[in-house]
Design a protein around this ligand. Structure first.
Ligand code: NAP
Length: 490
């Protein structure tokens, strides 16, 4: 197919979705592509999260680009540095780097005369026809508001800002949080540190899943016959969706109940001490918070040097953390595994759409986008892994691939008229918002827990339907849900 290669694209963010965007745009025949990445290297989450034990809890043969399956994955759930290396290798192979502007942060996006002006903190600016925001969701660290935290005199950092210059071996390590991140850190550090102190505000259900290595014979098989990897990718995608991702959107599904039983069994069989067991038992349903998987979290917590602290944190002090029971937990290093601000998306970039309307104003209550992709009045700007989209329970690579194919159809449609501009209508965005809020009532996420899925109203900010429904909605844009116009008609 011949394409108008004079159209230009700004891709914001150099993680998995940004790399994908450049590859797919090149494949579609576009050449004028600039990927803006504020860091000095690509890799997104996998560049940023380098804490001990970091890994992906989506199987690696599923958490791979469908067009670049990898015979060399070392484990069922491969470690973070390996995923980062994979992304860098793919970026190199597909010549993504030549499109990158690294180490320069986008500060403003302004829609002017039918185009997007992109400005960066270094003073660089350029004009583009289209913007793809691939800025991630779990990106802006959330810091806890703990009294006198600045008074702590040991080393302290957020899990996504791990300071590798700090020695933890033999030291007293404090970890605040019990989400997926903290669980991985606990399992990876318990044997190394002198004392492990886990500050638990809310216990988590933990599904025990082993993480076997993939042996050389299997790798060889995949190398010789790549179709085996494709079969595996499909198989994993189906089983992951059926047994997990689709289950959580129906609180009464038999699969959720099975997950619940498995979590209860893990707790009952793995934790010997009944007092510790009860401290670790959540009072809400499994998968209400994003389910944590680990082969050995409970084992690590039962190490002689591990201490589960359930008394609420009162304040930080120079020597450590004091809890409400009056005890001072002396620490050398404190890790804040306290999650992310999931309502930020491309912000703090200032974004001004049609008639100068500001995204901050549009999102003043909370972020939203039609089908997580298009925002009314922000034409020719599309989001990957945008607000309320499938996040958390799917392979985000698969999600981004499906979303990008949809975005390309919108680009095609915009290009079907001269200087065409496209964005979702207000009506379509409102209907979608109402539908998803209604559907969210059936999910396990609203069955009585607090989590990062829930917005300030308690509505899950996540795709509340199954993956098939996602694929169906993404197969082809509904024409009447979009406004197609030209700068003259604006
Ligand atoms: P998270 O799930 O949001 O967990 C944050 C933890 O910090 C919670 O236990 C929370 O307690 C605790 N916390 C926050 N503020 C606190 C305070 N002031 N005092 C005490 N505790 C406090 O964050 P995360 O573990 O970084 O995980 C975020 C998401 O990243 C995951 O759900 C997952 O989607 C993704 N992730 C994926 C992987 C993977 O393997 N693919 C690995 C890591 C992360 P409460 O529960 O009481 O709020």
């Amino acid at each position: 197919m011949t394409r108008s290669s004079d159209k230009s694209f700004a891709v914001i963010g150099g993680g998995m979705a940004g790399i994908l965007s450049v590859i797919k745009l090149r494949e579609a025949g576009f050449g004028k592509i600039t990927l803006f990445e504020k860091a000095d290297q690509l890799g997104g989450t996998w560049r940023e999260n380098t804490y001990p034990g970091v890994a992906c809890d989506v199987p690696s043969h599923l958490y791979s680009y469908s067009f670049e399956l990898n015979p060399d994955w070392s484990h069922l759930f491969s470690p973070g540095p390996e995923i980062h290396k994979y992304l860098l290798n793919v970026a190199t192979k597909y010549q993504v780097l030549q499109h990158c502007r690294l180490g320069d942060e986008v500060s403003q996006l302004t829609f002017e005369s039918g185009k997007w002006k992109v400005e960066t903190v270094s003073g660089f600016e350029d004009i583009f026809d289209f913007v793809v925001a691939a800025t991630g969701v779990l990106h802006h660290p959330s810091y806890p508001s703990i009294s006198q935290l600045d008074k702590f005199e040991g080393h302290m950092f957020h899990s996504a800002r791990w300071d590798h210059s700090v020695e933890i071996e033999g030291k007293s390590l404090g970890i605040i949080g019990t989400g997926s991140t903290a669980v991985q850190i606990v399992a990876a550090t318990a044997e190394k540190v002198g004392k492990l102190n886990l500050f638990q505000r809310t216990p988590q259900w933990v599904l025990q899943v082993q993480n076997p290595s993939i042996d050389d014979k299997d790798k060889e098989k995949y190398r010789e016959n790549p179709s085996l990897m494709l079969d595996l990718h499909e198989e994993l995608s189906k089983s992951f969706s059926d047994n997990f991702a689709n289950a959580v959107v129906d609180a009464n599904s038999k699969e959720v109940k099975i997950l619940e039983e498995l979590c209860k069994m893990n707790l009952a069989h793995t934790v010997q001490d009944p007092i510790l067991r009860e401290k670790l038992r959540p009072n809400y349903r499994a998968a209400c918070k994003r389910l944590v998987i680990s082969p050995n979290f409970y084992e690590a917590l039962q190490s002689p040097n591990a201490n589960l602290i359930t008394s609420p944190i009162m304040q930080a002090e120079p020597e450590g953390i004091r809890t409400q029971d009056g005890e001072l937990h002396k620490l050398d290093v404190l890790v804040l595994a306290t999650g992310f601000r999931v309502d930020r998306f491309m912000r703090p970039i200032e974004v001004f759409g049609r008639d100068g309307i500001s995204l901050d104003q549009v999102w003043r209550e909370r972020p939203s986008a039609y089908l997580a992709i298009s925002i009314p009045d922000f034409p020719n700007m599309f989001m990957l892994n945008g607000p309320n989209g499938p996040v958390g329970n799917f392979s985000l690579i698969e999600v981004a691939e499906v979303q990008f194919a949809y975005i390309m159809q919108l680009v095609e449609r915009a290009m079907s008229i001269e200087n065409g501009l496209i964005s979702a209508t207000h009506r379509a965005a409102e209907v979608f918002e109402a539908e998803r809020i209604e559907a969210a009532k059936n999910t396990v996420w609203v069955t009585g827990c607090k989590s990062w899925y829930l917005d300030d109203r308690g509505v899950p900010a996540a795709w509340p339907w199954n993956f098939e429904h996602f694929r169906e909605r993404m197969a082809k844009p509904i024409e009447s849900d979009y406004e197609l116009y030209t700068p003259v008609s604006v």
